[in-house]
Every structure is written in structure tokens, then in C-alpha cells.
Design a protein around this ligand. Structure first.
Ligand SMILES: NC(=O)c1ccc[n+]([C@@H]2O[C@H](COP(=O)([O-])OP(=O)(O)OC[C@H]3O[C@@H](n4cnc5c(N)ncnc54)[C@H](OP(=O)(O)O)[C@@H]3O)[C@@H](O)[C@H]2O)c1
Length: 328
């Protein structure tokens, strides 16, 4: 039985974390739900019990939990994750605050395993998680040379505020989260712009793909786009392999890959759709075809629920992975 704390329990990811903890029967004998001062004192019904949310403070972060599931943004994580860690807790952090630190594990359980040099483990960027799951078997069988991503990301990737911009935009209201209306629009802009002209989201996909796959020299590029979709991200993955492959061999590999579902029957208009991914744990792949413009290159269309595999599910899978590795 574990002592578990969820930080950001009122958020989209925090709420999903509770759903996944219940669905996967994660054994806990104490559950503490933290929020900011804004939502402190709120009642959350969970597994037949009423929990009162607590404001996270330094004093409370100095207490040991077995697992702290952090889902409250980078600033909160930077401040509190090291305190939880110093108190002996294992922190699984959804923010980007620690992802690229050398001694921090960046984990997708289908792909890699935590070394636990530090007790803060980073959950990767949502679009990156769903992309590396199908890239891993390609890496193992054919080698990877280059990856070019174009994403079509749902508004729930921006939390409650993103969802509200789409809902309220449909009623004619001005956006409060995005710099432009997302309703009836497409924004080639996720997170802040860097001096290179790339956005931080694009840079995260580039850097995190290399780190998770342990391929520092892999060529990766990305264009990240917000689309007026409630839930589930779609990613067009263009991949160049080291060795020749066929569409059939790639399909067959995906059929055997845990956590991946192949939906690729264009004659019957069957391919992965965001609406079919929502609420599902798996990553869906299809539209697999040869890219005639480059040697050993293929296009893959990939969808997944950003709040599940892209966030809450992956975080709870990391908890299960550590439990199974008996690291506790
Ligand atoms: N949404 C996604 O698809 C996704 C995917 C991967 C990673 N992430 C990451 O997961 C985190 C949460 O995202 P979200 O989409 O769930 O956002 P959200 O819906 O806006 O929720 C944010 C949560 O953080 C809490 N919070 C904010 N400041 C806090 C503080 N100082 N102390 C304690 N709690 C605080 C909020 O509590 P209040 O109710 O009190 O405001 C709320 O529960 C972010 O780091 C995000 O980058 C999100």
C-alpha cells in the first residue's frame, strides 16, 4: 500500500490521474490531493470517499509520500518537486521543468526504464510520448536516421484554460488563453517562441525524442500546431530508417507492439482518428506509406489521448514500472 499525493488534482491531467489510479487498482492507503490556494478546500469524491483538497505549501512538501504525481505546471514543480524529493518521496512530474536535466529520467515505459539517480522522474511531452511508442520498434528493427513531426494538438493539451477558449470561442467570446481564436482556426504556435524561430513545444519534441530513444545524434525536426479539437493529439510522423523496410513489415511490427493499435485500411476509410483515440490507452497508427522523396522513408499518422497516454496514464505506468522494478 502506498502513500500517494496528487498535485494539481483539480486540473485536467490531475483528474485523469485519479481515474487511472482507480481503473488500474493502484494500491494506496493514503491519498492527498493538492491544489493552489484557489481550489483549496474543494471536495472531490473518489472511490466512495470524500477528499478535501489542500493548498500545497513548503511545509506539506517536506513530508514523505511514496509517490507524488505532480501535475501543476513548471513553476510549481521547480519549487516543490525538490522538497518532496529531499523528504524521500518519488516524484513523477508532468511538467517540462526537469525533463532535460542529465540526471533526471525521462520515461515512456514501453521504451525505457528509470535509473532513479534522482527521485524526480519526468513524464515527457504529450506529442513526444505518443510518437516514440511506434518509433521504438522501428529503431530496434531498422534503425532511425531522421524524424520530422507535424502535430495537430487538441486544446485540452493546454488544460482547463485551453478547453475554455474553444468552448467560449464557439459562443463568439474572445480568447483568454491563446493569442488568437482557436475556434474555427488553426494556430501554428504552441508554447513560447525561441530565438531560433522554433516554439518551445517544437524544441521539446526534438530534444525529448533523442533523450528517450537514447539517440543523441538522431536528426529530428518538428512543427507543432494547435487545432480546434477538444481531446487527443494527432501527429504526422515522417521517418527515415537506416535500413530498407516495407510498408507490410512496418505494419506487421506495429501489430506486435504492445500499446500500439494499427488502423490502416484506406479502402474502407479506416485510419486513426482523434475522436476514436479519446478515452483509450493505446497509440493508434495508420496511413503508413512510402515517402518517395527520400530513401528508406515512410509517413505514419498517429493519434492518442493526450490526457491519458500523453500525460496521466504514462505517469501512472511509470509508478507501476517502479513498483515492478522493486525500486522502493
Ligand atoms: N493537458 C495535457 O494534455 C498535458 C499533457 C502533458 C503534460 N501536461 C502538464 O501537466 C500539468 C498540468 O496540466 P493540466 O492540463 O492538468 O492543467 P490545468 O487543467 O490548468 O490544471 C492545473 C492544476 O495545477 C494546479 N496548480 C496550479 N498552481 C498550483 C500551485 N502553486 N500549487 C498547487 N497546485 C497548483 C491547479 O490548481 P487550481 O485548481 O487551484 O488552480 C490545477 O489543479 C502542466 O505542467 C502541463 O504542462 C499537460
Amino acid at each position: 500500500m502506498y502513500k500517494i499525493a496528487v498535485v494539481g488534482a483539480t486540473g485536467l491531467v490531475g483528474q485523469k490521474m485519479l481515474e487511472v489510479i482507480e481503473r488500474k487498482n493502484i494500491p494506496y492507503d493514503s491519498l492527498t490531493l493538492f491544489t493552489s490556494a484557489r481550489s483549496a478546500g474543494k471536495t472531490i469524491d473518489f472511490q466512495g470517499k470524500q477528499y478535501i483538497t489542500e493548498e500545497l505549501t513548503e511545509e506539506k512538501a517536506n513530508k514523505k509520500y511514496d509517490f507524488v504525481l505532480m501535475s501543476a505546471g513548471g513553476t510549481t514543480s521547480l519549487k516543490y518537486s525538490p522538497l518532496f524529493e529531499a523528504a524521500g518521496s518519488i516524484v513523477i512530474d508532468n511538467s517540462s521543468a526537469f525533463r532535460m536535466d542529465q540526471d533526471i529520467d525521462l520515461i515512456v515505459p514501453e521504451v525505457n526504464h528509470p535509473q532513479l539517480n534522482r527521485k524526480i522522474i519526468a513524464n515527457p511531452n504529450c506529442s513526444t510520448i505518443q510518437s516514440v511508442v511506434p518509433l521504438k520498434p522501428l529503431q530496434d528493427h531498422f534503425g532511425l536516421k531522421r524524424v520530422a513531426y507535424t502535430t495537430y494538438q487538441a486544446v485540452s493539451g493546454s488544460g482547463v484554460a485551453g478547453r475554455n477558449d474553444l468552448i467560449n470561442g464557439a459562443k463568439g467570446e474572445a480568447p483568454t488563453n491563446y493569442p488568437h481564436p482557436i475556434y474555427n482556426n488553426v494556430l501554428p504556435h504552441i508554447d513560447v517562441f525561441q530565438p531560433t524561430g522554433y516554439t518551445k513545444e517544437e524544441q521539446k519534441m526534438i530534444d525529448e525524442t533523442k533523450k528517450i530513444l537514447n539517440l543523441p545524434d538522431l536528426k529530428v525536426t518538428a512543427t507543432c500546431v494547435r487545432v480546434p479539437v477538444q481531446d487527443s493529439h494527432s501527429v504526422a510522423i515522417n521517418v527515415t530508417l537506416d535500413k530498407p523496410a516495407t510498408v507490410e513489415a512496418i505494419r506487421s511490427l506495429f501489430e506486435q507492439t504492445e500499446g500500439v493499435v494499427l488502423v490502416d485500411d484506406v479502402e474502407h476509410n479506416q485510419y486513426p482518428l482523434a475522436i476514436h483515440a479519446t478515452g483509450k490507452d493505446e497509440v493508434f497508427v495508420g496511413r503508413i506509406r512510402v515517402d518517395e522523396s527520400l530513401e528508406n522513408s515512410f509517413h505514419i499518422w498517429c493519434t492518442a489521448d493526450n490526457l491519458l497516454k500523453g500525460a496521466a496514464l504514462n505517469a501512472v505506468q511509470i509508478l507501476e514500472q517502479i513498483h515492478q522494478q522493486n525500486h522502493l
